[in-house]
Design a protein around this ligand. Structure first.
Ligand SMILES: Nc1ncnc2c1ncn2[C@@H]1O[C@H](COP(=O)(O)OP(=O)(O)OP(=O)(O)O)[C@@H](O)[C@H]1O
Ligand SMILES: [Mg+2]
Length: 371
C-alpha cells in the first residue's frame, strides 16, 4: 500500500500540515525536537488508532487545543482509501471513507504499518508487558476477531480480579466464579490459538531473515511460555477444557492472592540465538539484530495475511545500524515497501536506495520538501 497524502491539524507540535508523497522512500530530516517522530507517529496512529509511544490519546492533541485531527489518503490494492481520526479529551472517532466506525476494531487494519523505533529493543530486553503488547498489536492488525477477543478477555480479567478481591475479603459469591472461569477459558482458548499461529509464522520468517543478516552464523528461535496448560497441538475445545480445569484447580490460590494468576494476560515470549536466551545473554548487537529480524518478519507476515505490504516507519534506527545491516534492511524493502525514515542528517546514510529518496525537512512543526 502507498500513502499519498497526510493531513494533520493540531496534532502534537503541528498546527496544520498537508503533505503529499509520491516516492517509495521518504526521509524526514531535521534537528532534534522538530517533529520528525511526531510525523511517523501520526501515520502509525492512522493505522492503529493509537500511538506506539503513549496510551494517553490526550498527549497527541496540541497543547492548549481542544482536539486534533489526522487524515490520510492511501492507495491499496483494492482501491483508494480515505481515513480520518478525530481526537478530543472525551475520546476518538475514526472514519473510513467518511463512514464512522462504531468499533475501533472495525477501523484498525484499514491501512497497515510496521514501526521500528529505538524503543523496540525493549521487545527483546524489556518486561513481559511489552511483549504481550507487541503480540496484541501485531496480531490485532491482521485479525479483527483477535482484537475483539483480546478486548473481551481484558475486560473479563478486570471484572474477575474485582471478584477475586471480594472473595479474598470473604464476601459470598455463589457460583459466580465458575461462570467467570468458563468465560475466561473460552476466550483464552481463542486468544492462545491465534497467538500460537502468529508465533509460528513469526518464527519461520524471523529465522530466515535473521540467518540472512548474520550470514548463517545465528539461528533465531522463538518460544511461547503459557501460564495455562494449553499447547499448540490442542484443538480449541481441548484448550478450553484444559484451561477451565486449570482455573478450577488454582481457585484457592487465586482467592488467597486476590487476583487472576494464569492466562494470556500473564504469558510471555522468549527469543533464542543458537539456543541461548537473547534476553539474558545476548550482546547489544544481537539484541538489535533480533528486534530487526522480528520487524522484517512482521512485514512478510502482514504481506502474507492481507495480500500486500504494510507501510514501514523507521524512527532513528537507520543510523544506529552498521553498514551491513543497513544495506540488508534497505535491500529487503527496496521496491516493495513504502518506507518513511527519520534522521537528523543524511551523512551516515550512504546506501544508493537512500539517494533516490524524497527528502522532507521538518522544522518546528512545519514541513517542506526538497526539490
Ligand atoms: N501535544 C503536544 N503539543 C505540542 N507540542 C508537543 C506535543 N507533544 C510533543 N510536542 C513537542 O514536539 C516536539 C518534537 O517532538 P519529536 O519527538 O517529533 O521530535 P524529533 O524531531 O523526532 O526529535 P529527535 O531528533 O530528538 O528525535 C517536542 O519538542 C515536544 O515538546
Ligand atoms: Mg525523534
Amino acid at each position: 500500500m502507498i500513502l499519498k497524502e497526510l493531513e494533520l491539524a493540531q496534532y502534537r507540535n503541528f498546527e496544520r500540515v498537508q503533505v503529499h508523497f509520491d516516492a517509495p522512500i521518504v526521509l524526514f530530516v531535521g534537528p532534534n525536537a522538530q517533529g520528525k517522530t511526531n510525523m511517523l507517529e501520526s501515520i502509525y496512529v492512522l493505522a492503529m488508532a493509537k500511538s506506539h509511544r503513549t496510551s494517553k490519546d490526550k498527549e497527541l492533541i496540541k497543547w492548549e487545543e481542544p482536539f486534533a485531527r489526522l487524515s490520510c489518503r492511501a492507495d491499496r490494492r483494492t482501491g483508494p482509501v480515505h481515513l480520518d481520526i478525530q481526537l478530543t479529551s472525551k475520546g476518538k472517532k475514526a472514519k473510513i471513507n467518511q463512514l464512522e466506525q462504531r468499533r475501533l476494531s472495525d477501523y484498525i487494519g484499514a491501512i497497515n504499518a510496521v514501526m521500528f523505533a529505538p524503543e523496540d529493543l525493549s521487545i527483546v530486553k524489556g518486561s513481559p508487558v511489552i511483549r504481550r503488547r507487541f503480540l496484541d498489536m501485531e496480531i490485532g492488525q491482521v485479525s479483527k476477531s483477535y482484537l475483539y477477543h483480546i478486548l473481551q478477555y481484558q475486560k473479563l480479567i478486570q471484572q474477575r480480579n474485582l471478584a477475586m478481591k471480594e472473595l479474598q475479603m470473604g464476601k459470598p459469591f455463589g457460583d459466580m466464579l465458575d461462570i467467570y472461569n468458563a468465560q475466561m477459558a473460552h476466550l483464552a482458548a481463542k486468544v492462545l490459538n491465534k497467538r500460537f499461529g502468529f508465533m509460528d509464522k513469526l518464527e519461520r520468517w524471523g529465522q530466515e531473515i535473521h540467518a540472512q543478516i548474520t550470514q548463517g552464523r545465528e539461528t533465531l528461535t522463538l518460544s511461547y511460555e503459557s501460564t495455562l496448560p494449553v499447547t499448540p497441538d490442542m484443538s480449541e475445545s481441548e484448550a478450553e477444557e484444559a484451561a477451565y480445569r486449570h482455573l478450577t484447580s488454582i481457585k484457592d490460590r487465586e482467592i488467597a492472592r486476590g487476583t487472576s494468576l494464569a492466562g494470556p494476560h500473564r504469558d510471555d515470549i522468549h527469543f533464542f540465538i543458537n539456543g541461548t536466551s537473547v534476553h539474558q545473554y545476548g550482546s547489544q548487537g544481537q539484541q538489535r539484530t533480533t528486534a530487526l529480524s522480528l520487524k522484517l518478519a512482521e512485514i512478510e507476515l502482514i504481506h502474507q495475511e492481507v495480500g500486500e505490504y504494510p507501510l514501514l516507519l523507521l524512527d532513528d534506527v537507520l543510523s544506529e545500524l552498521d553498514a551491513d545491516r543497513q544495506s540488508h534492511l534497505l535491500h529487503n524493502i527496496k521496491d516493495r515497501v513504502q518506507t518513511f525514515v527519520t534522521t537528523t542528517g543524511v551523512e551516515g546514510l550512504y546506501h544508493q536506495t537512500l539517494q533516490q529518496a524524497a527528502i522532507y525537512r521538518v522544522k518546528q512543526g512545519t514541513i517542506t520538501r526538497d526539490i
